[in-house]
Ligand binder design. Structure first.
Ligand SMILES: Cc1cc2nc3c(=O)[nH]c(=O)nc-3n(C[C@H](O)[C@H](O)[C@H](O)COP(=O)(O)O)c2cc1C
Ligand SMILES: CC(C)CC(=O)C(=O)O
Length: 370
């Protein structure tokens, strides 16, 4: 069991931040090149990475006026769990690169903000420790391993620890080529372990002289032959709801719904297939395909309250933050992630009011012009 004594928040610079870009600047400044390039990079030319942000900006809002917006309510629910607003935290590997509290800092912020954290298979902290800090506000992300028993064991541990859903990442049979990580030989510093991927010594043995070591850590473990048919196996090891993360087409959304899985629209923050469609562009066809049978979520490029509003208007039940949470964690640990969530929630509340909506339930397709 890890025994990190989580320090109380005392990061004076945080109070000067007014938006997520400020937190990003603060976070970036605290990272070394290895961590910064790992967090920031997208695949190849980073076309999709940029498209995620540009996609939101290209959509215009159609506000209504003369509505009583003196009390605006931004609360919602995902899979029955009440959320303070429709924003959760996406799974990302290696929070220990950002801050000494690693995934526990993120979990504590998610819990105190009434949000939800999705814990990556590739965390630096054991599931049980993170679960304790997340107090029920936890989903677990699975990369299915070729070793089925090892995967089943992770799933059972996550379920026993209190995770409320299993998020299966389906867009990464191989790691996308993030060129800065190739160029500068990204590797985990020796003090960080990845408890779900074997011992630190085992990882060190996988390392090579050049290129991104992520590829080495990952490729030996993950099942590249995992298909729709294997979801039945997953069902046999857990009673948790299953969410498929990395869906970008109506065809796959339909298959997911037919398999009883919820759909997480994502291109992995532009880190996998470059020039893939942006998340917000993919959302409408996915929502149309599932016809309300399952919940739909989205991640990729969310940095503004209006981004959240647009995704909800187009049918997402909630959005999730990848890099934004990591910048917050780097900027100030738990307090930095909390600041990220609070600023976004405030922006969302204001945007909702300025659109003439009193609550999330009133937000629909008529609010946006594509
Ligand atoms: C540094 C980093 C590590 C990531 N690790 C994982 C992971 O372990 N599992 C996973 O499913 N997605 C992972 N992702 C993808 C995120 O869950 C998410 O899809 C993406 O970051 C969303 O885009 P955004 O960063 O623009 O918010 C990672 C993303 C980043 C930036
Ligand atoms: C390949 C994983 C270990 C992490 C991941 O999904 C990512 O870096 O985008």
């Amino acid at each position: 069991m890890t025994t990190i004594n989580l320090p109380d928040a005392d990061v004076p610079e945080l109070s000067g931040t007014v938006n997520l870009a400020d937190l990003e600047a603060l976070g970036r400044a605290r990272l070394d090149r290895n961590a910064l390039e790992y967090y920031a990079s997208g695949a190849n030319d980073e076309v999709t990475l940029r498209a995620n942000r540009e996609g939101f900006r290209a959509i215009r809002l159609r506000p209504r006026v003369l509505v009583d917006v003196s009390n605006v309510d931004v609360r919602t629910e995902v899979l029955g769990l009440p959320l303070a607003c429709p924003v959760g935290i996406a799974p990302s590997a290696f929070h220990g690169l950002a801050h000494e509290t690693a995934e526990r800092g993120t979990a504590r912020a998610a819990a105190s903000a009434g949000s939800l954290m999705t814990l990556s298979t590739f965390s630096n902290t054991p599931i049980e420790d993170v679960a304790r800090d997340a107090v029920g506000r936890l989903w677990f992300q699975l990369y299915p391993y070729t070793d089925r028993e090892a995967s089943a064991d992770l799933v059972r541990r996550a379920e026993a620890a209190g995770a409320r859903a299993l998020v299966v990442t389906v867009d990464a049979p191989f790691v996308g080529r993030r060129e800065p990580n190739e160029r500068h030989r990204f590797a985990l510093p020796p003090h960080l372990g990845v408890p779900n991927a074997g011992s630190r010594e085992h990882l060190a043995r996988m390392e090579s002289e050049s290129g991104s070591q992520l590829v080495n850590y990952f490729q030996g473990l993950v099942d590249k032959a995992f298909t729709w048919a294997d979801l039945a196996w997953l069902r046999s090891v857990t009673t948790l709801p299953i969410v498929l993360k990395g869906i970008l087409t109506a065809e796959d959304a339909l298959l997911a719904a037919e398999h009883g899985a919820h759909v997480w629209v994502s291109n992995h923050g532009g880190r996998q297939l470059d020039t893939a469609v942006s998340s917000i562009e993919a959302l409408p066809e996915v929502v149309e395909a599932v016809e309300g049978r399952v919940e739909v979520y989205l991640d990729g490029g969310v940095t503004r309250g209006t981004d959240v509003l647009k995704a909800v208007a187009l049918g997402a039940r909630a959005v999730f933050l990848g890099r934004a949470a990591l910048w917050g964690l780097a900027a100030g640990g738990e307090a930095g992630v909390r600041r990220t969530l609070d600023l976004l929630q405030d922006e969302l509340r204001l945007a909702l009011a300025l659109c003439g909506k009193q609550n999330i339930g009133q937000v629909g397709r008529d609010l946006v012009r594509l």
